[in-house]
Design a protein around this ligand. Structure first.
Ligand SMILES: [Zn+2]
Length: 463
């Protein structure tokens, strides 16, 4: 029986009453939370149990990043300051096509460490090549993840996909996803789940969309898809189908609560109502929008979606499109971005941003019963944030959550527990060779650049 007592910190529970417990403790048995309360009451009941001191720290539920490409960890810097067309077809699709299984493995290990450093304990991966290598890395790093295989079976006119990433038809895409599910769903003590994924609506036939939804229903999971990413994306969908993305999905009769729409940046009021009526979820990727000019923040109808009852959670997306992995930044950007857009200082208070990074994330991956808060019976995924960091001081009762959203950064995360296991302690990874993972990421990234010969060059001269 594996037990752990996280004790002595200020526990931000995110439970139904939104309790914050001073001098609190969280007791864990076999990966689940068995008690949350005052340390003085809980500690005596767990003599001899492994302890993780949270003195001087804030204990939070682990963040849930609902849109993150673990395969793109070696693509940092290859798709900056470019158009969407260049991003897809000149940079990232060729990168995807060139990835070996080993590249993906080291990419996912490297991304995994960055996710943990940011306090992210669970991420939804919308798919790339070699997802089995992502699964291996997730298992080793100790994260929780909803992984997937990207599927795509057609191209907009004049924009062919690299042959090596294209799915082998609808049947091939379904068979490959089934194989991934059979091999990895529920593995690593249940930390790995496998979902369906349609890479992007611009590259999917109606048959593929229907087949992936049918498989998701059969296996009781979600379908991750990039949709309404930006104006270019919408224009391509409209050229092919005559409709904007959400209206197009509605016309196919496939809108359900199993969709996790990545970005959903450019949608109409009518489409907001459709997303809400069918219970689909949205991954808002504000940092990615800032980097890649999607319009999600200023034009994304995020308040309207939430007002209509849609679950909107947060995604860091990738180091090739954000390029930062920092959930504190995403919370800052959603709270600040909406304030700036609407020029109203009271919209999106800090507490709402923290809920989006935790509770809403759990809802988006259909895991609200298991994740998202520190409560009896939930999986023990939690994060320690240094309350004595210069970012957080001075700290008052009323400013604890605002300081987390407006002042803290990933550098303030010191320890991380996933499924009751300490995976990062005092900023070190006890089970992993951090330096080797960094060096392999650099080496594999350099090898990829040599193979790819992308149209990228320094704009300033080197000597
Ligand atoms: Zn994405």
């Amino acid at each position: 029986m594996a037990e752990l007592l996280v004790t002595g910190g200020t526990v931000v529970t995110l439970d139904a009453r939104r309790r914050i417990i001073r001098d609190g403790a969280v007791a864990v048995r076999d990966g689940r939370i068995v008690e949350v309360g005052k340390a003085a009451a809980i500690e005596p009941r767990y003599p001899g149990v492994e302890r993780l001191s949270a003195a001087g720290h804030i204990v939070l539920p682990g963040f849930i990043d609902v849109h993150h490409h673990a395969t793109q960890g070696l693509a940092k810097g290859i798709a900056d300051d470019c158009t969407f067309w260049q991003w897809c077809y000149e940079r990232i699709f060729p990168y995807d096509a060139a990835l070996t299984e080993e590249d993906v493995y080291w990419s996912a290990l490297f991304v995994g460490l960055e996710l943990l450093r940011s306090g992210i304990t669970c991420f939804a991966d919308p798919g790339g090549p070699h997802p089995e290598a992502v699964a291996r890395a997730v298992a080793e790093v100790g994260l929780r993840s909803v992984i997937s295989l990207h599927t795509w079976d057609r191209s907009p006119a004049g924009r062919p996909l690299p042959e090596s990433v294209r799915s082998a038809g609808v049947d091939g895409a379904v068979a490959a996803t089934r194989r991934l599910m059979d091999a990895w769903d529920g593995k690593a003590d249940g930390r790995i789940r496998v979902s369906c994924a349609v890479r992007t609506l611009t590259n999917a036939s109606p048959e593929l969309i229907r087949a992936m939804l049918a498989l998701a229903r059969e296996r009781d999971t979600i379908v991750q898809v990039h949709t309404a990413v930006n104006d270019d994306h919408n224009r391509w969908v409209k050229e092919e189908t005559g409709l904007t993305p959400i209206n197009y999905l509605a016309s196919l009769g496939v809108l359900t609560d199993r969709w996790l729409f990545a970005h959903c940046a450019r949608i109409s009021d009518e489409e907001v109502a459709l997303v809400a009526r069918h219970g689909a979820k949205v991954a808002h990727c504000a940092g990615s929008s800032f980097h890649s000019a999607y319009g999600s923040v200023a034009h994304g109808k995020i308040p309207q979606l939430i007002e209509a009852g849609v679950t909107v959670a947060l995604g860091c997306d990738a180091v090739a499109s954000n390029n930062r992995i920092d959930m504190f930044q995403e919370m800052y950007l959603v709270a600040g971005g909406q304030k700036d857009t609407h020029r109203i200082g009271t919209v999106f208070p800090a507490e709402q941003a923290l809920e989006m990074a935790t509770l809403r994330g759990a809802e988006a991956i259909l895991s609200a019963d298991e994740l998202g808060s520190l409560e009896l019976g939930k999986r023990a995924d939690l994060v320690l944030v240094d309350a004595r960091s210069p970012s957080m001081v001075p700290l008052h009762e009323f400013s604890l959550v605002p300081n987390l959203v407006y002042c803290a950064s990933k550098r303030d995360v010191t320890s991380v527990v996933v499924d009751g296991r300490i995976v990062m302690q005092d900023r070190a990874f006890p089970h992993l060779d951090e330096a080797r993972i960094r060096d392999e990421a650099q080496a594999h990234g350099a090898q990829l650049m040599a193979r790819l010969k992308l149209p990228v060059a320094s704009r300033w001269s080197w000597e």
